[in-house]
Design a protein. Structure first.
Length: 745
């Protein structure tokens, strides 16, 4: 494509594109084609106005987006290869590689500058190791302090604050003196190692521009036209860098939407949108309100929700798309019923003949920890899925650690599990000690587990004996109770002894999510032993291990996406389920403190809603197992703000046939209806009027993932369409005979 077809832009996009000079702000609603606008504007500058590509800068927020923009531009004009299209961090790396040595003679917050162009860029893992080394040198050994320090250092850098400036502004913060020392020592460590972390890439570039105006002038002259996509996601220092670069020509074109500012926890500053208007008084503003993604029904809901925010520019999304299917709300009795409902809807729509594929569906939650019931139900119904933006449930570190304890106790020969948990929680047992224990156990022809358990007999070195004693005390106690307690009671006891709530004891979202994952594991275990009361811990482990081993199956390109809302911004799906819509879950409990936090939660909900193209389902559960107990929760305030209308209550989960033969689900409250006009019914299983006779107790069945099983209960099958099946390797599971891939043998 060598021509620029401006007819592909609407009138609002075209007007904004042709505002060439001066500062321009485009307020672009969700799905309004903002990236297309930026791309076409750059192509227009090159092809129509003959601007040298080397004088154009384009900033995006992911490398993927930058690559896609460059690819599109190269299709329009081969000269696009000479444009700087990158993220803020990548741009800063380019600048620093050329000029960082100049900082050797400059005053710096650490007063120790040893950087050259070959500086290393520390990943998060390398940063954490460096912080650990620094804290050891400072003899600071407080539980959870490294994570706390990491947060504060990043927060300080995002706001361009030195250790001492940060200290002055945060006198009320607990441990502020240690934070200041740690921050300062960490910066010295980086300087001495000729290394920068990701935040330093920004702060050092800013420092370079301040200390060396001639270098700044060079880039001001170079970048005659500056474009910034996703402007609402810029942090304080990113905006300061952009403002400095635009200081000469003032041709800065920013595109953003404050209604989609959802990353304040990593430094994004919604105030930048409003500061732009003050800093560039002669700016021109344009609005993109036409949405090309969603139906009218979905956008109406989104507009109702977001109007409750005060910190925003007034705009209303509209579309020429079809009115579409009514947004559906389902109130479940608990998290398992919620997941059952979602699985049934997905299976029903895929089987409906309407042309839906699994990849058309997304299940979005506020927290990754809520994914476990969906993973389990999707496995039950042979629905392929992927976890996007997070690990699968059994791959999460806290679950791996818990399972490793259970594996070690059920199988003392499992040295892999032993080495994983001997220093969890942290007991000061390093790799050298662990390797020594492994060598000793091999020398004595015994297991590491047995060596520790009977350390007196094997005459361990006094120094090692002292280090491993806390671990020994725990495994002795666990070993004794393993035989005494019932299987589930033992797992509960194990969680209590390990004391995960003390390990993950901050109010950070990460720790809250880890505790929820532990709770979900307990619920999963409780359900298993409820259905399989005679099973052992070993059999339970076998069940979950087999499940986790086969998580990846079927066509990887045709899978349902399970994700947090944060991880799918910028993506879209034909069908979206927003689950876990309860107070304390979405909005999350820690956001109740300030109005600003609540407004960000509302923006997050707005982003979730506007990911949907054709169908949107909102679900909440009346009760959920959280923070160590089953709790009864109120529906999210966002459901009320969206003006979701609740229909008549009901007392049980049931399936009714509508005129179009599509099922309606009712569970402990909310009736859910569908408005499908041309739904094929050929995929429904025959003989539904005689289900009790067909799926009788004792009937043998087979499932593609769970293998052979026997029906143990069919109570209420003509209403619920569900039976209980005892599978040989997985225990008892309750499945829908309509949608689960079970076959009578």
């Amino acid at each position: 494509m060598n021509d620029i077809d401006l007819n592909l832009l609407n009138s609002s996009q075209l007007t904004a594109l042709k505002q060439i000079t001066g500062p321009v702000m485009v307020l672009a609603g969700a799905g309004s084609g903002k990236t297309r606008l930026v791309t076409y504007r750059i192509a227009y500058l090159i092809k129509e106005l003959k601007v040298d590509p080397e004088n154009i800068l384009a900033i995006t927020f992911t490398n993927k987006a930058a690559n896609e923009m460059k690819e599109r531009l190269c299709q329009m004009t081969p000269q696009a290869n000479n444009i700087w299209i990158s993220t803020f961090h990548s741009m800063c790396v380019k600048i620093l590689r050329r000029h960082i040595s100049s900082l050797k003679s400059a005053k710096n917050i650490t007063h120790q500058v040893n950087f050259d162009s070959n500086f290393s860029i520390y990943t998060d893992t390398e940063r954490d190791k460096a912080l650990k080394t620094v804290l050891q040198s400072l003899k600071i050994d407080k539980d959870g302090f490294a994570q706390k320090l990491s947060y504060h250092i990043s927060n300080a850098k995002n706001n361009n604050l030195s250790p001492w400036d940060y200290q002055k502004l945060n006198q009320a913060e607990s441990d502020i003196d240690e934070i200041t020392k740690g921050y300062s020592a960490y910066q010295s460590f980086l300087a001495n190692n000729n290394a920068l972390d990701f935040d330093d890439l920004l702060t050092k570039t800013y420092e370079l521009f301040v200390e060396f105006p001639d270098i700044l002038k060079r880039y001001q002259n170079k970048f005659e036209f500056i474009h910034i996509d996703e402007f609402q996601d810029t942090n304080y220092i990113q905006y300061q860098i952009a403002k400095m670069l635009a200081g000469e020509h003032k041709n800065i074109f920013v595109v953003g939407d404050e209604d989609q500012c959802i990353y304040s926890w990593r430094g994004a500053n919604i105030q930048n949108i409003f500061d732009f208007k003050k800093d560039f008084a002669d700016y021109k503003q344009f609005k993109l309100e036409q949405n090309y993604r969603s139906t009218k029904q979905i956008l109406t809901l989104a507009n109702k929700l977001i109007k409750n925010n005060q910190t925003r520019n007034d705009k209303i999304l509209w579309t020429d798309n079809a009115t579409g299917i009514k947004v559906e709300h389902y109130q479940a009795s608990d998290e398992f019923n919620e997941a059952e409902y979602v699985a049934n809807q997905i299976k029903g729509l895929v089987d409906s003949g309407l042309g839906y594929k699994y990849s058309d569906f997304a299940v979005l939650t506020r927290l990754n920890a809520l994914s476990a019931p969906f993973e389990e139900k999707f496995l039950n119904y042979n629905i392929p899925y992927r976890i996007f933006g997070g690990n699968k449930f059994f791959e999460r570190v806290e679950i791996k650690n818990l399972v490793s304890y259970l594996k070690m106790l059920t199988n003392p020969y499992d040295s892999t599990s032993f080495t994983r948990i001997i220093n969890f929680p942290k007991r000061g047992i390093g790799e050298a000690t662990i390797n020594h224990i492994l060598q000793l156990s091999e020398f004595h022809n015994t297991t590491p587990f047995n060596l520790i358990l009977n350390s007196d007999e094997f005459l361990l070195d006094d120094k090692i004996e002292k280090k491993v004693k806390p671990f020994k005390d725990i495994i002795v106690e666990l070993n004794e109770n393993y035989e005494k307690l019932e299987a589930y009671k033992f797992i509960e006891y194990l969680v209590k002894i390990i004391d995960f709530r003390s390990i993950y004891n901050t109010n950070s979202e990460e720790d809250l999510a880890r505790l929820l994952n532990i709770d979900n594991f307990l619920v999963m275990a409780q359900e298993y032993f409820k259905n399989n009361p005679k099973s052992t811990v070993s059999e339970f482990l076998q069940s979950i291990t087999l499940v986790s081993d086969m998580d990846e199956y079927d066509d990887k390109n045709n899978t349902v996406t399970i994700a947090t809302v944060h991880s799918v911004k910028g993506l879209e799906f034909k069908v979206v389920f927003v689950a876990g819509l309860e107070e304390r879950m979405f909005p999350i409990v820690r956001t109740y403190s300030t109005n600003a936090d609540m407004e960000e939660e509302r923006r997050l909900m707005f982003v979730a809603i506007t990911r949907a193209e054709q169908r949107l389902y909102l679900t909440n559960a009346k009760s959920r197992f959280i923070y160590g107990k089953r709790d009864y929760l109120l529906p999210s305030r966002f459901l009320k703000e969206c003006e979701i209308i609740e229909d008549r209550p009901a007392s049980r989960f049931e399936t009714n046939a509508l005129n179009n033969n599509f099922p309606t689900f009712v569970s402990s409250g909310q009736r859910v209806s569908f408005s499908l006009n041309k739904l094929e019914t050929s995929t429904k299983k025959p003989g539904t009027e005689n289900l009790e006779k067909k799926y009788f107790v004792g009937a043998k069945v087979t499932h593609p993932k769970f293998g052979n099983g026997e029906i143990t209960s069919n109570n209420g099958i003509n209403i619920t369409k569900c039976v209980s099946i005892n599978f040989e390797n997985f225990g008892v599971k309750t499945l829908s005979v309509e949608y689960a891939p079970i076959t009578l043998v």
